[in-house]
Each structure stands twice: as C-alpha cells, then as structure tokens.
Design a protein. Structure first.
Lengths: 246, 202
C-alpha cells in the first residue's frame, strides 16, 4: 500500500504535479531505489512512444555513468583550484622570503656603506666627505687626496708633516640609519603578512632582530678594535673598512 | 502543469544545488538524446559517449538556463552541437548512405530502417515498445485512457484534465498513475519474457 502511494507520487512528480516538499523526499528515495528509477525512465519511454517520438534504449547504467562523470567534473576543478591556491601560496611565500632576504642584504650593505662613510667625518669639524683624504696609514705615508679615494667606503685621515694625523676619525653612531632600514623592513614584512603564516612572520622578524644584534655588535667592535690595532691611537680606516665588509 | 513546466521545476531544483533532480532529467531524456545523437554517429557506443558528454555540458551550463525555452529544446541544441563537435574532432564524415532513395521498389519503411544507425536489436526493441504501449492504451478503461491521453498527448495539467473530465484533481492523479502502471506492467512483461532488457531502460 505504501509502495503504491510512493509510485503514485512518482507519477505525479513525473508530471510536475507533486508539492515541492514531497518532491525533495521522493528524490532522495529515487536516488537509492532502482525500481523507482526504472519506472521513472519507463514513464518517459511510454510518453515518447505515445507521441511517436524517436527513442533509442541507452545501455544499462547510462544515467549512473552521467552522474559519475558529473562528480568527476566537479572534483577536478576543485583539485585544480586547490592546486592553484597552493601554488599561489608557495609563490607568495617565496616572494616574501626573497624580498626579506634582499632587504637584509641591502641593510647589511647600507650598514657597511654608512659605517665607512661615517668614518670620513672628523671630530675637528672638517669631516665633510669631500675633505677626507685617503691615506694608507702611517706605514704608507701621505697620498694625494683624490688619487687614492676609491669611494666613500674608504675612510681617510690627513696626516701632518710629522706623520701624526691631523685628526682622528671615529665612526659615528649608525643607529639612525639602521633604525630607518629596520623599520622599513619590518613594515614590509607586516604589509605582506597576508601572504605569510604567523610562524613565517615570527621567523622573519627573529632573523631581523638577530641581524640587528649582529650589526650592532659588529659596528662597536670595529670601532673598538681600531685603537688596539693602532697604538698611536689613530684609526686604521682600511682595516676597519675591510673588517666591516667581511 | 505541462511537461515543460515539470522540467522547469526539476531544473530549478538543480539550480538550487539538488543534483539528484538532474539525475531525473537524465533518466527522462536519455533515450531521446541517445537517439538524436545516433543520427550523427553510427556506433551506438560512440553515440552514448557523446550523449553523456552532452548531458555533462548541459549540467555545467544549467546555471545560465533561464527557462526562455523548454528544457528539452535547450538540451537538444547542446546534444546536436556536441555530436557535430565529436564528428569534427574525430575527422569523420557524417553518416552517408549509398542507397538509391529514388528506387520505388523499396518501401519507405525499409529505407528508414536502413538509414537508422541503431543496431537491429535496438530497432526491434524500439518497435516493440511502441507496439506494446499502443496496444496497452487501447485496452485501458475509458477514464484511464482519456486521462493519460490528455496528459501525454495534449500536455494538459491535472487541473485542466480534472475540469475537462469533471472530476477531482486527486482522481485525475490516480487515473494517470493507474494507466501508467497498466502500460508499464505490459512493457515489463515484454522485456522480461522476450528481449530481457528491462534493466537497460534504467
């Protein structure tokens, strides 16, 4: 009796005369009931035969195969989308790491340049870069100003006629330069945070902080080591520059 | 509700994400679409593959279907295009027949049979279905026959049939169901006892 009612509902649903709520329930039942699926298909065949429409009987399981193909078609773009997202995330992460690495490298170079450039400033008030004179130190003797000045990385001292340096050069604090660059780098990391994981950001910032520590330690070390190398108290600029560049 | 409206109801359900409703549309139109594609592809297996592809394409395009035309008209166009594309892709010529269609000695029925790329078994089954359905309808009681004819041939809704037959809508629903059951019973007898291919209709 119940089966008759279900089949009666099926007939009404086939004609689009079953209420939507009942359609939904019956659809679920049809999906797992081969008997109902067969009836539904034959109802279509009966109508087509009555209207003398051309029909051909599809092989067994045609609708199931279509359904399986649809599942495959739905899964495949999902996989593709997932793959694209992974690729995008990987590219983003690579980009962030590359930018950060480049920034750190630039930061180091800038720190070296700034450190070396600052050596050109003298305490006597004649410390403009243009006024700096390159020398090889007391051992090399005086050298004409512009001849041996390869660039701002070479600090210079002017020596007096008695061989004593006219002035002593000490590095000024690089904290301002470094702070600006560090801030920029930190901003960069934060700005790209949407492409990185919190762990990655932490690692990057840790690397930055440790690099800052290294830079901070390196600069005082270079300046602190200078007097030791020069018993006369003169700062050996070439040594400082080369040690900084290392 | 007409056949178009009932299809549209299924389409709307599919558009709301109910894929089972599309399964019902496939079950409903698989025989017609396979037959349609067979006009272009000789091999029934190829025709089924292309028909399957057409159904998949239609499903993907269904979100854009607005119901301006009947679902089957829309599906028909997709099936035709898919069949033509399949032919072009395989670099095959459409089915050509070297029959002398002007030879009046051949009956038109025979020519149409030879032109049909369906297998002899398939042709026999199709014919068997048609005969069985027609005979079954003739044997139906008058009220059942009228109800099913008004529904299937005239495309009338239950309400319209009820008005026409001067009976409640529930009675119309029952009559149509009983008519279908009677025809389907005969159909299954034929398949199970004769060709044994009832399962192929699913």
């Amino acid at each position: 009796m119940i089966q008759d009612e279900v089949e009666s509902q099926l007939s009404a649903m086939f004609d689009g005369e079953l209420p939507a709520t009942e359609c939904e329930l019956l659809s679920r039942r049809i999906d797992r009931d081969e008997n109902l699926r067969g009836r539904w298909s034959r109802y279509a065949l009966i109508g087509a035969a009555m209207r003398s429409e051309p029909v051909a009987t599809a092989r067994s399981g045609f609708a199931r195969r279509v359904s399986a193909a649809l599942r495959g078609a739905e899964d495949s773009p999902r996989l593709k989308r997932g793959g694209k997202m992974l690729l995008s995330a990987a590219l983003s992460a690579t980009l962030v790491v590359a930018v950060a690495g480049l920034s750190i490298s630039l930061l180091r170079d800038a720190a070296v340049d700034a450190g070396a450039g600052s050596l050109a400033q003298t305490r006597t008030g004649r410390g403009e870069a243009g006024a700096a004179v390159a020398v090889g130190g007391e051992r090399d003797g005086a050298v004409p100003a512009n001849a041996a000045a390869p660039g701002p990385s070479v600090a210079a001292l002017r020596h007096g006629s008695n061989g004593e340096p006219v002035s002593y050069v000490t590095p000024v604090s690089m904290s301002k330069v470094n702070t600006a660059l560090r801030t920029e780098l930190a901003d960069l990391i934060v700005a790209h945070s949407e492409y990185s994981t919190p762990l990655m950001r932490r690692n990057m910032l840790s690397a930055l902080v440790s690099n800052e520590d290294g830079a901070d330690n390196a600069s005082p070390g270079a300046s602190a080591g200078a007097p030791a190398k020069s018993p006369a108290g003169a700062f050996d600029a070439s040594t400082a520059a080369s040690s900084a560049s290392r | 509700m007409s056949a178009d409206a009932s299809d549209l109801s299924l389409v709307r359900r599919v558009q709301r994400g109910e894929r089972g409703a599309y399964d019902l549309l496939v079950l409903k139109y698989q025989h017609k679409v396979v037959k349609l594609v067979m006009r272009y592809l000789r091999n029934p297996a190829d025709a089924e593959d292309v028909a399957q592809e057409a159904f998949v394409k239609a499903y993907r395009a269904l979100p854009q279907f607005r119901g301006d035309s009947a679902f089957y008209t829309w599906l028909y166009r997709i099936a035709i295009n898919t069949a033509k594309n399949a032919l072009a892709a395989r670099d095959r010529n459409p089915v050509s027949y070297e029959l002398d269609l002007h030879n009046t000695d051949d009956s038109s029925d025979m020519v149409s049979r030879l032109k049909d790329p369906e297998t002899p078994e398939g042709l026999a089954l199709t014919e068997e279905i048609r005969d069985t359905v027609n005979h079954s309808i003739e044997e139906l009681p008058e009220d059942l026959r009228t109800a099913i004819v008004l529904r299937e041939l005239e495309g009338m809704s239950y309400e319209e049939i009820a008005a026409s037959m001067d009976c409640p809508v529930g009675t119309v629903r029952s009559r149509i169901f009983r008519a279908r059951e009677a025809i389907d019973r005969r159909l299954r007898e034929v398949f199970d006892g004769g060709l044994g291919r009832t399962e192929e209709l699913v």
